[in-house]
Design a protein around this ligand. Sequence first.
Ligand code: GLN
Length: 445
Amino acid sequence: MITLKEALTLSKEELETFKKDLQTKIEANSELNAYIDVKNVGEGVPIAIKDNIQVKDWSVTSASNILQGYIAPYNATVIQKLKSAGLSPFGRTNMDEFAMGSTTESSFYGKTLNPHNSDCVPGGSSGGSAAAVGAGLAIAALGSDTGGSIRQPAAFCGIVGMKPTYGRVSRYGLGAYASSLDQIGPMTQNVEDAALLYDIISGSDEKDSTNAQKDDKVTPNLNADRKLTIAVLPKYIENASQDVKDAYEKAIEALKSAGHTIVEKEIMDAKFDISAYYITATAEATTNLARYDGIRYGNRVEGKNLEETYINTRSNGFGDEVKRRIMLGNFVLSSGYYEAYYVKAQKTRNIIKDEYAKIFEEVDLILSPVAPSVANKFGELKNPMDMYLSDIYTISINLAGLPALSLPIMKNSDGMPVGLQLIAKAYDEQTLFDGSLSLEKQLNY
Ligand code: GLN
């Protein structure tokens, strides 16, 4: 597959031919189920879009039954920015329903397969985007990351996935999961493409009140030769699988060979991250999903009166995982438990932020696992708690609002990709991309 950088140099005619071939290739690989819908709309370099980002006049469902039939009335800001840069949405990618999950199994459209092994999950929730890029069925894709949903599927499918600093990329037109954590980001074949796509979609937007209103770009200064100080976390990785530990060793050696300084650091036990994240995320999700009442969007199941219409619509429209989170979110926000759970989670969130800030007083980047293991097999995570625990290495970064980039390091003995992430200070995407590019070059994956 050609890179985004190469695609941007193609002529109009070359692009049209390319898009026809791409469509044929996607159809030939339909068993992967990476795409929900493919359409050649508009001129430009084709980009795959996660199905929770609005493209005007195209269906947008967040892979939920409740949004069947809903057509986006406007473009998300990121789509507007893509178009201005000569890119065009080409397909809607599969995902976990409302971006809740780590495997893409909770989609209304059925599961997506991992391109490296069809018995394995592609990761989630942006599993369709990751599988499409990993299988050579997309030049690049957009995903969204609330607790790891760009980085973890990227790691499972052997591609690059980047979550920007909270506020860098406008959320206008993104189906909200947990508004204080969600960020849209690039999923690409390599670090340079990720930087290119990041530059295109990031920047100020008055339509998003949480936008940082910053317009600085990374590609003009991209520099793999900078020598950085990078923290490693020996204790933090103790519970990771041997594959991940091997990749960690390999990455450290590569970073040293590239001339970076490695220092050992400690960070708070990740078990607190899980609690703080699942309380915060479900509380916000409960509120955000209240709007799906059968009146304003998508599917409606009529009842005898308005209340019954709400109940029927929501009972029928939401899948099990979404219902579980709505219940959990309502519970932690209920008056009797608000202080004990929600307020405590916010305090924990501040502690996590401080922990990272302390490390970043002395280093430029932190090297961390993305997931505790390589992609699991379908059905291997027996209960929801197992799935929640698989997020331990990604969610604290969303809680702290930091930028992070997941890149493939090696393949294990079964040929499955193992990814790791670099984490940077808030708004220091420049250093994140510089360090990632240096690691990528050194590894030659
Ligand atoms: N797996 C996490 C969750 O289910 C993260 C999902 C995401 O980042 N959207 O909440």
